[in-house]
Design a protein around this ligand. Structure first.
Ligand code: SAH
Length: 464
């Protein structure tokens, strides 16, 4: 791509053009559609240009462009229909630091104007870098035919409704609404003008909001790794406002304390019989409370988008037409790495980091082990306690250095945080010795900044 397409903001900006013949008129037709201030330099302009000047549509300077004329213009067109004159005027513009287009001279132009299909505010720009003007024209003709002449009007009316449409939940409900407007109710009234379109839109919005959308709201909130000070302000606000808080097993009790006193707290971590609550049941709980008109905070440890089965819960909300927002949180990997004085990525060591799960639905999760076994590779393993021996075997099988550093951070950011330095060889034994009881994150390829041996000794003392 030699030319990079952009839509330039020209409102209130000045665009200059040199030339007073047909080439100038052709460019001016398009330029006059913009909200820019147009200045034309021409000693002998054709009548059309003079008329535009008389109507106040552009300013006409009735002489040739001279050095010093240009300074703050955003664009300049040389439309002199004369090579030498184009070169002279283009040089003046260039000296003044203004971007130059020379009509019919792609080579010396700094920018080109694409073929456009104008349904303002919908504008389709077509460029072929000068390679195939015929093709550009054909595409333009095709689109002109395909896009209703009233599309611009529909879009303009739609734009003025954007704020009102915030009443609909984000996501599918809004997309459905706009699709109905642009493809169904809009086209039915588009020939009747803006008033009719606005009325149709208003009615459609009413239907969507009151017939379809449901009351209540769900905020999927990241509770962070445990330390309440690692909550976001948004998370605090959501907890302050919640009617219902549905929380996971790993959410720290100190964080639940922050929920509004009247809020109903529901533990989605286990059933009264000590088993995991099935996901469908959790989805049901979320939707059921939202449909009663409540503000439901679905509190998930760490970041809700990391190994949190968020999508299934979002799907349930979408299916029930319940509005939701997602509030990110600090994920366990970020909290854990902070405690060992390392960073997740490091120049010259690893340009990427992986977040892995030790387990998936099928048991131990499989990964690209040869990639992970490469020197310098860093991975943060979630839910990795039971999978330690499996991962060790896979990594060694794929050629990992047996002394690859491994660090386990238990209860990251919490008062009872522990850091266990290990290596690939000693990992299963070190884990067994550590008797982990809390959530733990395993780093492959990172050692704590302090020497692992010291830490291990420290751990042993602590455990004794
Ligand atoms: N959404 C969470 C992850 C949920 S999966 C997040 O972004 O952090 C649960 C796993 O996260 C645990 O098995 C453990 O590996 C890790 N984890 C969660 N909290 C942790 C903590 N405070 N310290 C160490 N690991 C933690």
């Amino acid at each position: 791509m030699q030319h990079y397409p952009v839509f330039l903001s020209v409102k209130g900006q000045r665009i200059a053009l040199s030339g007073g013949g047909e080439a100038a008129v052709a460019k001016l037709r398009l330029l006059l559609k913009t909200e820019a201030e147009i200045v034309v330099y021409a000693a002998d302009p054709v009548a059309e240009i003079q008329d535009w000047a008389a109507q106040g549509k552009l300013s006409l300077v009735q002489r040739a462009l001279a050095a010093g004329d240009l300074s703050s213009e955003v664009l300049f067109y040389a439309a002199d229909e004369d090579h030498a004159e184009d070169a002279r005027t283009a040089a003046i513009a260039q000296d003044a630091g203004v971007l130059v287009n020379i009509v019919d001279n792609l080579e010396d132009s700094q920018f080109i104007t694409p073929a456009i299909v104008d349904r303002d505010p919908v504008t389709v720009a077509i460029g072929t870098e000068g390679a195939a003007p015929v093709l550009a024209r054909a595409i333009k003709a095709d689109l002109e035919e395909r896009l209703s002449p009233n599309l611009g009007m529909l879009a303009r009316v739609g734009k003025s409704f954007r704020k009102a449409v915030d009443a609909l939940p984000f996501g599918r409900a809004r997309r459905d609404f706009w699709a109905d407007y642009y493809f169904k109710s809009g086209p039915r009234v588009e020939t009747q003008g803006e008033g009719a379109a606005a009325q149709a839109l208003d009615e459609l919005l009413f239907q969507h909001v009151y017939a379809d959308a449901q009351p209540g709201h769900v905020a999927f909130v990241g509770a962070g790794p445990g330390d309440p000070e690692l909550l976001t302000l948004k998370a605090r606000k959501a907890l302050d406002a919640a009617d219902v808080v549905i929380y996971d097993r790993l959410v720290a009790p100190e964080i639940l304390e922050l929920a509004r006193r009247e809020a109903k707290l529901i533990d989605a971590g286990k059933t009264p019989y000590g088993q995991h609550t099935p996901q469908e049941h959790i989805n049901g709980l979320i939707v059921e409370h939202a449909l009663q008109g409540h503000l439901v905070v679905r509190l998930k440890s760490g970041d809700p988008t990391v190994f949190g089965r968020l999508d299934e819960e979002l799907d349930a909300c979408d299916a029930a037409r319940v509005a939701y927002t997602v509030v990110p949180g600090i994920t366990a990997a970020s909290a854990a790495v902070a405690s060992i004085g390392q960073s997740l990525t490091k120049r010259g060591r690893n340009a990427s980091v992986r977040f892995l799960t030790g387990h998936d639905v099928d048991g131990f999760a499989d990964h690209d082990w040869s990639d992970l076994a490469a020197p310098g590779a860093v991975a943060a393993v979630y839910m990795g306690k039971k999978a330690a021996r499996f991962m060790q075997g896979r990594l060694i099988m794929h050629g990992a250095d047996p002394f690859t550093p491994i660090t386990i951070v238990e209860n990251a950011s919490r008062a009872d945080q522990r850091v266990i330095g290990s290596t690939l060889t000693t990992l299963p034994q070190d884990l067994a010795d550590a008797h982990l009881t809390g959530p733990a994150l395993t780093f492959i390829g990172l050692s704590p900044r302090r020497a692992a041996a010291t830490l291990t000794k420290f751990q042993q003392q602590e455990l004794a």
